[in-house]
Structures are given as structure tokens and as C-alpha cells.
Design a protein around this ligand. Structure first.
Ligand code: SF4
Length: 257
């Protein structure tokens, strides 16, 4: 009996995702045991030369990965998603780090105005539907920004929460490869590196914000709490969606919303 055929686009997407999964597994095995700097060097200068971007929120511990990337190549594209709901301190911190580290290709992306006008005209969607808010303010702009990049560098760490506990150095993200050079770094490693290299702290850390996202969805973390406990406090939500499967197949006009 003839098997029903899937539409071409989903089939092509599925194949691309399979290829990315195989490649990520291979790279993870081949580069196991390398330092963060070695992983970045291999990814930026060899594996994905001119085809890789770093994504940074310029949040509480972003300075370390930015410093490492700047050592390898300060002209590496750095994508920053300005959700238009960020703390002023984060924007100032971004400008400070860009100047200090000599980063020459930082690209700030914002949500599409027509999406905000239609779905969040009062800037209050975060309260009624935070998943949709993250989708139009973070996920879609990032998917647009990464359209020409088959690989990207992320600053996630295993210690950050239980969801990230099994994070590999290379992982498939739809058809793309995501590189996590700091996967096995601890909070102490991050802080020691920051101090050793004289990197400034995000201005809100001293007030107890150990993970800094959008202002309406970020609160202080109490002693002993998970560092990301202050994000979407009181809700089930733990991730904004940019690290969940499906980012790379998301497009503003194809989301059906
Ligand atoms: S973190 Fe909050 S304000 Fe920011 S995009 Fe997500 S729901 Fe909206």
C-alpha cells in the first residue's frame, strides 16, 4: 500500500534536523574534554567559519562568554534580542561590554512592529500569555536573526537548572548546531573568570538579580534558590522558548498566530 506523503517542507526539515543531530553527536564526541576557548576557536575559526553567530542577552553572567569569543575573533557576529521590555541597566551593560571587549559586529534585533501592534498593543501580554509574549518578542526575532547562520553559540550552563542538567557542548537545534562552550562551567568558575579578567558585573546582580531577563518577568533570587528562580516567578514557565525545539522552523509569518 502506498504510504501517505508528507508535504515537502516538513520532510526537508526533518532530514535537515536528522543531519544536524548526527553532526552534533559527532562533534560532541570529537571535541569532548576541550576547554571553552578551544571549543569556541574550533567553531568560529574552523567548523563554521563565517557562518556562526553568538547569541547574548547581556545578562548576569554574559560577560565571560563574550570575553572568550572576543579573544578568538572580536568581529564574530553577536546577536542581541531587544524585547523592548528590558531593564535600562541591561542596555547600558551591553554598551559597556561592547566597548570594553572591542566587539565590532553586535546586532540588536527587535520584535516586528506589526506583531506588537496586533498582539501586544498595550505591552501587557507578558501578564496574560507569557508564552506568546516570548514568542513574538524573543523567539521570532531570533529566528529571523539566525536565518543565515547554520550554527550559533549559546551561554547556557548545566548548573543553571534541572532542565539544563544534561546539556552537551554541541547539540542539534532543528537544522542548526548550537554550541554550548560553558556547559560544564559552575557558578564559581564563571565568577572566578570574571574577576580574574576584570570584567564588570551586571549592575543588577548586587541587588539579588542572579539571572536577568525582561523587567516584568524578573525578580530577585533568595539565598539558596536556583539562580533562575527569579524568572517568571510563580509560573510553570522556566524558558523563554529560544532554547526549546522548533526555534529554527519558526517564522513570524508562518507561525499561524
Ligand atoms: S520574558 Fe516576559 S516580557 Fe520578556 S518576552 Fe517573555 S513574557 Fe514577554
Amino acid at each position: 500500500m502506498e504510504q501517505p506523503k508528507l508535504p515537502l517542507a516538513p520532510v526537508a526539515q526533518a532530514r535537515a534536523a536528522e543531519r544536524a543531530t548526527s553532526l552534533a553527536d559527532h562533534l560532541d564526541r570529537r571535541h569532548r574534554g576541550q576547554t571553552a576557548l578551544e571549543l569556541i576557536d574550533a567553531s568560529v575559526r574552523h567548523l563554521f567559519r563565517n557562518r556562526i553567530a553568538m547569541v547574548s542577552s547581556f545578562g548576569a553572567d554574559s560577560s565571560v562568554l563574550l570575553h572568550l569569543v572576543a579573544q578568538v575573533d572580536p568581529s564574530t557576529p553577536v546577536i542581541f534580542i531587544d524585547t523592548e521590555q528590558l531593564f535600562e541597566e541591561t542596555l547600558a551593560y551591553r554598551d559597556d561590554l561592547v566597548a570594553r571587549l572591542g566587539l565590532t559586529d553586535v546586532r540588536s534585533h527587535r520584535p516586528r512592529p506589526e506583531r506588537l501592534k496586533r498582539l501586544d498593543p498595550e505591552n501587557f501580554l507578558w501578564q496574560s500569555d507569557p508564552d506568546l509574549c516570548c514568542r513574538i518578542r524573543k523567539v521570532e526575532p531570533l529566528a529571523d536573526a539566525l536565518r543565515d547562520f547554520p550554527a550559533w553559540v549559546s551561554g547556557r550552563k548545566r548548573f543553571q537548572n534541572a532542565v539544563r542538567a544534561a546539556l552537551p557542548a554541541f547539540e542539534a537545534d532543528g537544522p542548526r548546531i548550537k554550541v554550548n562552550p560553558l556547559a560544564d562551567w559552575t557558578a564559581k568558575d564563571i565568577e572566578a573568570y570574571r574577576i580574574e579578567h576584570g570584567l564588570p558585573e551586571h549592575p543588577l546582580v548586587k541587588f539579588g538579580y542572579l539571572s536577568v531577563g525582561c523587567a516584568p518577568c524578573t525578580s530577585r533570587v533568595k539565598p539558596g534558590e536556583d539562580p533562575r528562580a527569579g524568572r517568571w516567578r510563580g509560573r510553570e514557565k522556566t524558558e523563554c522558548g529560544i532554547h526549546l525545539p522548533g526555534l529554527m522552523t519558526t517564522e513570524s509569518h508562518g507561525s499561524g498566530i
